[in-house]
Design a protein around this ligand. Structure first.
Ligand SMILES: Cc1cc2nc3c(=O)[nH]c(=O)nc-3n(C[C@H](O)[C@H](O)[C@H](O)COP(=O)(O)OP(=O)(O)OC[C@H]3O[C@@H](n4cnc5c(N)ncnc54)[C@H](O)[C@@H]3O)c2cc1C
Length: 222
């Protein structure tokens, strides 16, 4: 089943990430953390489905996505760079395995933060955000999505790690077992992990090394 909707606004959040707002199709429901296949409703693009995560909340009037663009792939994200309000999008049925199970440490790589944008926004709205931590891995400071937002809602519980820049106030390098141990807390039982495949493989191995049971690891690969 699919529905057609329209882009309401589209703008840059960072140098390579877009914030896309769409009219909410009638009857569309989802839970924070879920994703959906979308395609562009124009010749040669309507069959090319790609998956993106809702970064709006289910009760919002519009639906929103936060999309990292790859011009060199000549795929949908490159097409979105020249899309404009009024352009049509085909949207399919929401799905996805990442949802909130209990207080935890959210570990994201790049655009893998998108399910956590929705989940943390939802917790904030319910006044249940306190204590949860976000460890966000990026190459450089300019790549960090919603840095000001996360700083203001999470404060010291927002931990950034940069692989290609060594800056004061930011961890440097790749996520390691030591880094996870440094921020672990016995009250934070769950580990939510989302990012590109190499990052997922590494972080899952680190969690195993730290003796975290499978049942406390909630993950989705991008
Ligand atoms: C459940 C889920 C949720 C997701 N949610 C989000 C989200 O909210 N935000 C987000 O930004 N991303 C998200 N992603 C990732 C997102 O789906 C992909 O990054 C996106 O579809 C890539 O689009 P593209 O423009 O590169 O097109 P693609 O269709 O991926 O690529 C177009 C073509 O480029 C070529 N290509 C692919 N990779 C490379 C490469 N590395 N180098 C050179 N050429 C290449 C291939 O020939 C391919 O056919 C999610 C993924 C999953 C699985």
């Amino acid at each position: 089943m699919s529905q057609i909707t329209k882009i309401k606004s589209i703008e840059h959040l960072t140098h390579d990430v877009l914030h896309v707002v769409l009219d909410r199709p009638e009857g569309l429901n989802y839970i924070p953390g879920q994703a959906v296949d979308i395609a562009l409703n124009k010749p040669e693009w309507s069959e090319k489905k790609n998956c993106f995560t809702f970064t709006s909340l289910p009760e919002d009037d519009d639906i929103e996505f936060t999309i990292k663009t790859y011009p060199e792939h000549h795929g949908i994200t490159n097409e979105l760079l020249s899309s404009k309000p009024g352009d049509e999008v085909i949207i399919y049925k929401p799905f996805g395995d990442i949802s909130f199970k209990g207080a935890g440490i959210f570990i994201a790589g790049g655009a893998g933060v998108t399910p956590f944008i929705a989940i943390l926004k939802n917790l904030e709205k319910q006044n249940k955000l306190e204590g949860n931590k976000l460890i966000f891995a990026n190459k450089r400071k300019e790549d960090i999505i919603l840095e000001n937002h996360f700083n203001s809602v999470l404060g010291k519980n927002f931990i950034n790690i940069l692989s290609d820049e060594d800056l004061e106030g930011y961890e440097h390098g790749y996520i390691s077992p030591e880094l996870i141990r440094k921020y672990a807390d016995e009250h934070l039982k769950y580990y939510y992990v989302c990012g590109p495949p190499p990052m997922m493989t590494a972080v899952e191995a680190h969690l195993k090394t730290l003796g975290i049971a499978e049942e406390f690891i909630v993950k989705e690969g991008f």
